[in-house]
Write a protein that binds this ligand. Structure first.
Ligand SMILES: Cc1cc2nc3c(=O)[nH]c(=O)nc-3n(C[C@H](O)[C@H](O)[C@H](O)COP(=O)(O)O)c2cc1C
Length: 221
């Protein structure tokens, strides 16, 4: 890992142009697929999202099976991006946090950083304490599901920078999604369809974005 970025940063102009270009695409061109290279970058972007303590208490399920996607569409009020976009990601948060989850994370930390398990013992205790507090306090699902939205944000922004369309979707029946996908430890919370817009048939493509005025949204105190 380099301490400093060696390449030039993306220009402010490109960032804002891309973010203005993106919109929650309603109609996808079924024939256009995201390239393997772009898809790899999008996956890396999701993986590079930060999470509380780095615990990554979620999964991103990439649904490639067309029959499954049909079933999911039916459980998502028939939203067309579910079947028509090139790729579909279902984000599912972990319903609890156990000691085993923390241990798994500590093992991975030791592996990646070349540290011993023993040297991480104090940290492990802190994490187990936080996990237990979240479970006992009844907010573990809220906490875990929040983390998902950071990965979603990374995915959406990276897609926009690559000129790839995306639709975040919460409009689905989570219980039915869980059943269709056989999820038990996890629960579906938000979906992202990824692909290329069909500008001809999308009613939203030319409508201006609706955002509050800056002073209403951002308060500098
Ligand atoms: C968490 C979340 C859930 C959303 N759920 C849906 C959805 O189920 N269906 C849909 O068409 N758009 C959905 N949207 C898109 C929003 O309506 C859209 O992002 C918002 O109106 C702002 O417009 P823009 O994304 O085009 O800038 C969702 C967006 C977010 C962030």
């Amino acid at each position: 890992m380099k301490a400093e970025l060696e390449k030039e940063k993306v220009s402010e102009e490109v960032i804002l142009e891309s973010l203005n270009w993106r919109y929650a695409t309603k109609s996808y061109d079924k024939t256009k697929k995201v390239s393997g290279e772009n898809w790899e970058t999008l996956q890396q972007a999701m993986m590079l999202a930060p999470s509380s303590f780095g615990l990554q208490p979620y999964k991103a399920l990439v649904i490639t099976n067309p029959e499954l996607r049909e079933k999911l569409k039916a459980a998502a009020y028939g939203q067309a991006p579910i079947t028509d976009a090139s790729h579909l990601v279902v984000f599912a948060y972990k319903k609890t946090l156990t000691d085993a989850d923390v241990e798994h994370f500590i093992e991975r930390t030791a592996e990646v950083r070349g540290q011993t398990r023993e040297s991480l013992a104090d940290y492990e205790k802190v994490l187990k304490g936080s996990a237990k507090r979240a479970v006992d306090g009844g907010y573990v699902e809220t906490w875990n599901s929040r983390q998902v939205y950071i990965a979603l944000g990374f995915l959406l922004e990276t897609a926009a920078l690559l000129g790839i369309d995306a639709t975040p979707m919460e409009g689905f029946d989570a219980a039915r999604f869980n059943e269709i996908l056989g999820l038990t430890d996890h629960s579906a919370v938000v979906v992202a369809a990824i692909g290329y817009r069909d500008a001809e048939s999308d009613w939203l493509v030319n409508l201006p974005k609706v955002r509050y005025r800056k002073e209403e949204l951002i308060e500098t105190i």
